[in-house]
Design a protein around this ligand. Structure first.
Ligand SMILES: [Zn+2]
Length: 258
């Protein structure tokens, strides 16, 4: 019997909450940490990029980074809350039009999804120009085996919710979608998982680009890729992998919790 993600997690579990307020605060802390990590990994590109977290009390609302604030400067108190019409209902800064156009439709298409992450990270956007899904080349990328897709279109900066709907449809039931000529978008049942999937997918794009530049990589066979996906690609595995990164960034930059 293969070891399960549950066994591998050794008792680590996502927390449960007594109140909506506690859960909201938790999501906000994870979101602010996600932005600081995106900055640390160099995923910023001017004003591009957004991570969203659905509000636990009012699921049609989501929390997001304010427009034109560097990921590396974002604390919990900077986050803004946006409604289904794109209006900022909490916070005093504007929302990025693309963040609303894409994320509102992804959240609407996927009620199971708590968080979605997107940025113009260099390896993700380089890989996206090929219009291909990632191959099962390494243990880590098997998290995306038969669990990601390509949005095979590019029509300029996404400012229309109709385009966001098409991205949501391309995502389907997967944990990630590669937006051709644009970049990566990942989703999760926790903020932790959405951010982790983004980080590891970006590095998997880097790995495949390097491997193909060096030669002809050997693929993991289908059965082993599917087995590995069940081990490294679960919701629990996505959540778990984020925990050491969260501990590190809070220790380094405790003001993110302000
Ligand atoms: Zn973008």
């Amino acid at each position: 019997m293969p070891i399960t993600a549950e066994q591998m997690s050794k008792g680590y579990r996502p927390p449960t909450f007594a109140t909506v307020e506690e859960e909201r605060r938790h999501r906000q802390e994870r979101l602010a940490a996600g932005f600081r990590l995106f900055s640390k990994f160099g995923f910023d590109e001017g004003v591009a990029g957004h991570i969203t977290a659905r509000d636990p009390g009012e699921p049609e609302l989501f929390w997001v980074n304010p427009f034109a604030v560097h990921f590396g400067h974002i604390s919990v108190s900077d986050l803004i809350c946006v409604n289904a019409q794109g209006e900022v209902v909490e916070g005093h800064r504007p929302v990025n039009a693309a963040a609303f156009a894409i994320h509102s439709q992804v959240h609407a298409a996927r009620p199971d999804v708590v968080a979605a992450a997107h940025s113009h990270s260099v390896y993700g956007r380089s890989w996206s120009t090929l219009g291909r899904t990632l191959d099962p080349l390494t243990q880590d990328v098997c998290a995306f085996y038969e669990d990601h897709s390509v949005f095979d279109d590019y029509t300029g900066v996404v400012v229309d919710t109709e385009e966001g709907k098409r991205i949501g449809a391309a995502l389907g039931d997967n944990k990630a979608v590669i937006l051709r000529n644009h970049g990566l978008l990942t989703v999760g049942h926790t903020v932790d998982a959405a951010v982790w999937w983004f980080i590891t997918m970006e590095r998997s794009c880097q790995a495949q680009l390097m491997a193909e530049a060096a030669g002809t990589p050997v693929l993991i066979d289908k059965d082993m890729a599917a087995l590995t996906a069940s081990q490294v690609g679960s919701h629990l595995a996505g959540w778990l992998n984020f925990q050491p990164l969260y501990e590190r960034i809070v220790r380094e930059q405790p003001d993110l919790l302000d």
